[in-house]
Design a protein around this ligand. Structure first.
Ligand code: ZN
Length: 214
């Protein structure tokens, strides 16, 4: 905890004064163009990885970067998506999984979830998504557990399919005011890969978006 307090002191004393105007500009409104849905994992830091500034990304995080399908468990995730699309009018939604994801790992050892009924119920959505996304070619990576990487990528693709069922999203896609993306972040290398639906595989993000297309 002390590192948080020390960091806050540095933020207040050094960082905030330097960026005061930027924060003041944002104090009354926000207009992020991206809703970024990712895992709660402490090693995944979207604003660091993508070098974003305050106001750039609307974030939604949970164990396993889950998006429940429409009609199931309407809760924080579904409400956040609806708000981001209908009120903030984001142009893009990214679902980003990551290497060594504990939520996906846990679905491989259901016995360990016996004393965690809430987690088990939630991870049921990760298990179903892996089934939906099964058969996709996984992103590349330096980890030695290829099967896990394949499952994590299948989970991203499955959650992407769930995302499309959310009414705000299906309307946005039909009206071409919204695009959805499935990404995979490798903690060891720092590389991000993007899913190409037509090819059912992941490619380096810079190949998917070679120029300033976003
Ligand atoms: Zn995770």
């Amino acid at each position: 905890m002390q590192n948080l307090i020390d960091g806050y002191r540095r933020f207040r004393a050094e960082v905030f004064p330097q960026r005061k105007d930027e924060f003041h500009r944002l104090a009354d409104s926000q207009a992020p163009s991206v809703l970024f849905i990712t895992c709660s994992d402490s090693r995944v830091l979207p604003s660091l990885i993508f070098q974003t500034n305050p106001g750039d990304m609307f974030l939604c995080r949970n164990a396993g970067n889950v998006v429940p399908p429409a009609g199931e468990r309407a809760g924080g995730v579904s409400a956040t998506i609806e708000y981001a699309v209908k009120v903030l009018r984001v142009r893009h939604i990214v679902i980003c999984g990551h290497s060594d994801c504990g939520a996906v790992k846990a679905t491989l050892e259901p016995g360990r979830l016996r004393t965690l009924p809430l987690v088990a119920g939630w991870l049921n959505l990760v298990e179903k998504a892996q089934w939906i996304g099964g058969g996709v070619t996984a992103a590349s990576g330096d980890d030695h557990d290829k099967d896990l990487r394949k499952r994590i990528c299948a989970n991203v693709v499955g959650q992407l399919a769930n995302l499309r069922t959310q009414s705000a999203v299906s309307e946005g896609l039909a009206g071409k005011t919204l695009e959805v993306h499935g990404w995979y972040y490798d903690i060891f290398s720092g590389a991000v890969e993007a899913y190409i639906p037509e090819e059912r595989r992941f490619v380096p993000l810079e190949n998917r978006f070679p120029a300033r297309t976003l």
